[in-house]
Ligand binder design. Structure first.
Ligand code: ATP
Length: 622
């Protein structure tokens, strides 16, 4: 590794009184929110910077602030299951496990809308004649996928208030399907309508149904009366990610008298792609909302807060660091990225983290797009199209040291589908439907999966041998004791030209022997690490697209030149901001070599200390 002079990583001395005063005002601002009065008819909007302790404030409010009447509950919603789990854990740790169950509700906004605004009223509605199944994503339904595309890759126009009309590929999604965009769009519209008729739907249709139900005045009164009697307030965490439909639903609840407290950070809005209806750029809350602010960051060093502020799209000044790392002076690390397939930049970062005493478990490498993560460590981000290739891909991902969470979820599902195709047949229906029909449990399926993954041969075997062995092993492990022999088939095919290739090649993966020796950090897309914090963060800035600059390229350019940006690029820059603000002690950026000098100039012009570290080539232990 070649580097400029390495400054000491020890904390700089700060007058104790100044630090105490900063922490005092940070705690005071948090307390004001814990105790704030929220009334129906007017939103309370809490605008908070990264690391401001939003989760702590929400939990403290739930633990300490009594409800209007004892039989009522408080609903706390967010956009990910992880956030709900974290809130439940913190209530448990505080010795109040009763605060996570009925009459309270802690979960995703999707489940809240489903349970309290939609499910109880569907039977009596115009769509009452089917049994409903809510999917987290269309990836979970085998008929919603075709030739590398899934219904999640499309946006659907509204027809009678429901997004069941003509389809179009989402921005940024390449036409990987038939090669004929019109044909793919027709397939998507047809399939979407058909699956909806069968009772399947995801978050977008759920919101449309909720708004349709609320559009009937008499029915709306009934739904909202029940909801307002049940809950004394609703807290929406990460409120900056609300879609236009979410905002309209919340508005209805609030107008009907439910006090609503919205907590969020507009600079961390990164889900606009879910909301192509055009609400991007609109204020998070109505201008009439009462606003409170948290501007102290308990997570990061001051140097990281200053660096993150250069990425902000709102232009707000840097936050004040108030936590235990506030005065540490590790410079921001800039690593020129020479070959993004290889992991030299990740190794440089790991070496620096090691020098600061940060263990591997506390390091994350994150990028806007999975494909910008070094393939040497993660393998291909998408499974291939063939059935055998998909299984090999899934096994490789489940065995990889640092595969991103979303990719792991997809890999699990592929293994489950193969097990169920073999043992139950009926390949056209979802995993959940087959578990139900064959009286199987998720635990049984997970046990069979664990044994299969453990016993399957190395991906260095020839594809032919792997294929034979894998079939034998899947036949050994049934997902439930009620099944005594396979009812279906795997349908794997192997072309003669591929027989002698290594299995990992068929799965579009890199050589597993390289992967195994490179356990240097967790790897993830940035969307998956939202809300988390890590001691050391490496942000991989994808290389510039010169011919047709994409939103990420435009976002990076606007950062490096500190010029204003378009709405679409705003979101891409917010994604980089989210990544940078996960760091407690060490923040690093890997960039194209020719952008390094400009990144340094931007940071230094804002008083941020940084240094350039060249790629690590040697084979060393981290
Ligand atoms: N009053 C406090 N005293 C000490 N530590 C605090 C305090 N408030 C929050 N923290 C710590 O600061 C860190 C950040 O808090 P939290 O994760 O709740 O932030 P957040 O506002 O949700 O951040 P983000 O939006 O960036 O995800 C956590 O480690 C938390 O324990």
């Amino acid at each position: 590794m070649s580097a400029e002079a390495i400054p000491p990583a020890s904390p700089t001395a700060e007058p104790r009184q100044r630090v105490d005063a900063i922490r005092g005002s940070a705690r005071e601002a948090q307390r004001a929110i814990v105790e704030a009065e929220v009334t129906g008819g007017q939103f309370l909007w809490v605008e908070a910077c990264p690391g401001a302790g939003k989760t702590r404030v929400v939990v403290d409010r739930h633990l300490e602030r009594p409800l209007a009447t004892p039989r009522q509950g408080r609903a706390i919603v967010s956009f990910t299951r992880m956030a709900g789990r974290e809130l439940r854990r913190r209530c448990d740790d505080a010795g109040s496990p009763e605060l996570v169950s009925s009459p309270h509700f802690i979960g995703t906004l999707d489940s809240f809308i489903w349970l309290h605004l939609v499910r109880p009223y569907l039977a009596a509605s115009e769509w009452g004649n089917r049994s409903w199944r809510r999917l987290d994503s269309w990836h979970d339904h085998p008929k919603a996928r075709q030739r590398g595309l899934s219904l999640d890759d499309f946006v659907f126009t509204k027809k009678d208030g429901l997004r069941l009309g003509p389809a179009k590929l989402r921005n940024g999604k390449s036409n990987a399907g038939t090669g004929d965009p019109n044909r793919d769009a027709r397939w998507a519209q047809r399939t979407h309508r058909k699956l909806f008729r069968e009772g399947f739907f995801t978050g977008e249709l759920l919101r449309d149904i909720a708004l349709k139900l609320l559009s009937d005045q008499k029915r709306a009164r009934l739904i909202l009366d029940i909801l307002v009697a049940r809950f004394s307030e609703l807290i929406v965490d990460e409120a900056q990610d609300c879609s236009d439909e979410d905002r309209r639903i919340l508005q209805r609840l609030n107008e009907h008298g439910l006090p609503v407290l919205l907590v969020g950070d507009p600079d961390q809005a990164i889900y606009g792609f879910r909301d192509p209806s055009g609400s991007r750029g609109q204020p998070v809350v109505p201008v009439t909302a009462e606003t409170m602010r948290l501007r102290h960051n308990w997570r990061s060093t001051q140097n990281i807060c200053d660096a993150a502020a250069t990425l902000r799209t709102s232009g707000h000044p840097a936050d004040v660091a108030a936590g235990e790392h506030h005065g540490e002076d590790a410079p921001i690390m800039l690593v020129p990225m020479e070959n993004r397939e290889e992991a030299g930049h990740v190794r440089s970062f790991a070496a620096e983290a090691q020098r600061l005493g940060i263990p591997q478990a506390q390091r994350i490498v994150a990028s806007n797009i999975g494909s910008a993560l070094p393939a040497e460590l993660t393998g291909s981000s998408r499974p291939p199209r063939t059935l055998l290739g998909r299984m090999v891909w899934a096994v490789g991902v489940l065995r990889a040291p640092g595969a991103p969470r979303k990719r792991l979820e997809r890999a699990h599902r592929i293994v489950w589908e193969n097990l169920l195709n073999l043992w139950c047949g009926e390949p056209g229906v979802t995993v959940e439907q087959r578990l139900e029909r064959f009286g199987l449990t998720k635990d049984g399926l997970l046990r069979a999966e664990a044994r299969v993954i453990d016993e399957l041969p190395s991906l260095n075997e020839s594809a032919e041998k792997w294929n034979t062995e894998a079939k034998r092993i899947l036949r050994k492990h049934q997902p439930g004791s009620a099944l005594d022999r396979p009812q279906g088939k795997l349908g794997w095919r192997i072309q003669s030209k591929d027989r002698r290739k290594h299995a990992y090649v068929i799965g579009g993966l890199s050589d597993p022997t390289i992967t195994a020796s490179a356990e240097v950090a967790h790897l993830s897309t940035i969307h998956q690490v939202k809300g988390e914090e890590w001691d050391a963060v490496l942000v991989i800035v994808p290389p510039a697209e010169v011919s047709t600059p994409d939103p990420i390229t435009r976002a990076v350019e606007s950062w490096l030149s500190q010029r204003p940006l378009t709405e679409e690029a705003t979101e891409a820059r917010n994604v980089l901001y989210v990544a940078a603000t996960r760091a407690r002690q060490l923040l690093a950026f890997a960039l194209d070599a020719d952008r390094i000098g400009r990144a340094r100039a931007v940071l230094e012009s804002h008083g941020v200390s940084c240094r350039i570290v060249h790629q690590h080539r040697a084979d060393v232990d981290y």
